[in-house]
Design a protein around this ligand. Structure first.
Ligand SMILES: CC(C)(COP(=O)(O)OP(=O)(O)OC[C@H]1O[C@@H](n2cnc3c(N)ncnc32)[C@H](O)[C@@H]1OP(=O)(O)O)[C@@H](O)C(=O)NCCC(=O)NCCS
Length: 323
């Protein structure tokens, strides 16, 4: 456990942030739908009434506050798991511990956004990712909850924003120098780049991707003017596996994949694909069935002894000065 910090709210402050109109405001910013809203509210009430859980929420608020706007390594600050997503007996206050903690952090995140002149519409657009992930959790596990708290550390520390079809965060590139040189990337280890993410929000049409990429550089230049201009985007995803170009030829996925120059060796992507494509992260591939071209191609690939990969890659953002 980290020592208490000066930014630790009291239990009464936590209670005020997770009840009444403050909770309703969090639902609005997070775009929480039913049945998540009912369970979120039940969890907030239980945590409100339990001094130990209020103190645990206060600890999370303090960690996120301390990391506000800071480009920390991935999975920093540490946000320990509140429950095992495979545990069907996990109680609502565990499944919604982090959504409640994020509601308690919301005033700090919005205050940070305002210091950066981020418009309210942009705050709402990125924080609606909470509601989206609550829906994804139910699709995946058949009940409500949230288990990707590390991902949301970017949102609640004011580092990630919504660009329409893509999201992008400020990221310090940690790829080794030799890999960046081999990839002819115009950046060095430690450069600040835009980390690109693809939300589960419908088709990945190339024109929508173009529009999203075009917005990234001016946004960060306007709201984070002290940083060097962000000229390079970085992405780490199963969507950058070049095998996809032949597996789903001519598709949005194939065209997205082809935009990126690979950095370093590929890593195992089977688990990512079980999660992001089949939404069955713990399933035995033999139990999966296909209902789309992509799924049929992946199952055939696995049956033939192949593996899917995750890849890291870079591209030059539109408007970037040639190196
Ligand atoms: C990335 C994503 C938006 C692409 O969707 P898309 O634009 O509809 O994809 P394409 O048009 O290229 O699809 C080609 C084929 O694959 C299928 N397909 C694409 N993504 C699929 C997915 N996640 N699950 C199952 N099938 C999928 C399509 O239905 C289509 O098959 P069809 O011709 O039989 O209809 C989609 O996969 C998605 O929402 N993924 C979840 C988010 C994600 O993976 N983010 C990256 C995390 S690292």
């Amino acid at each position: 456990m980290t020592p208490p910090t000066t930014n630790m709210p009291t239990n009464d402050q936590v209670r005020a942030r997770i009840s009444g109109s403050a909770l309703q405001r969090a639902f609005d910013y997070f775009a929480v739908q039913e049945p998540d809203r009912t369970d979120f509210r039940a969890a907030a009430q239980r945590i409100h009434d339990d001094a130990d859980m209020c103190a645990q929420v206060a600890e999370i608020v303090a960690r996120l506050w301390d990391g506000m706007g800071r480009l920390l390594a991935w999975k920093q600050p540490e946000l320990p798991a509140a429950f095992d997503p495979q545990d069907r007996a996990a109680q609502v206050e565990a499944r919604f511990f982090y959504p409640v903690a994020f509601a308690a952090t919301l005033p700090d995140t919005l205050a940070f956004h305002r210091t950066r002149a981020i418009p309210d519409s942009a705050s709402r657009a990125i924080l609606a990712d909470v509601g989206r992930h609550l829906r994804v959790f139910e699709r995946t596990f058949g009940r409500t909850g949230l288990h990707v708290q590390d991902w949301f550390s970017l949102h609640f520390r004011g580092l990630i924003y919504d660009f329409g079809r893509l999201q992008a965060n400020l990221e310090r590139l940690d790829a080794p120098a030799d890999q960046l040189r081999a990839a002819e990337a115009p950046v060095v280890t430690g450069s600040v780049v835009a980390g690109v993410h693809i939300p589960d929000s419908g088709p990945l049409r190339p024109d929508a991707v173009d529009a999203a990429l075009a917005g990234i550089r001016p946004f960060f230049a306007r709201h984070f003017p002290e940083l060097p201009a962000i000229s390079t985007a970085h992405c780490m995803s199963w969507l950058l596996d070049e095998q996809l170009i032949d597996m789903v030829p001519g598709s949005n996925i194939a065209r997205f994949c082809a935009r990126w120059r690979p950095i370093g060796p590929a890593t195992d992507g089977d688990a990512s694909v079980r999660d992001f494509v089949f939404r069955r992260p713990y399933a035995d591939p033999a139990d999966l069935t296909a209902s789309s071209r992509l799924e049929r191609a992946i199952l055939a690939h696995w049956q033939a002894g192949g593996h899917m990969r995750s890849r890291s890659g870079w591209l030059k953002l539109p408007g970037a000065v040639p190196s």
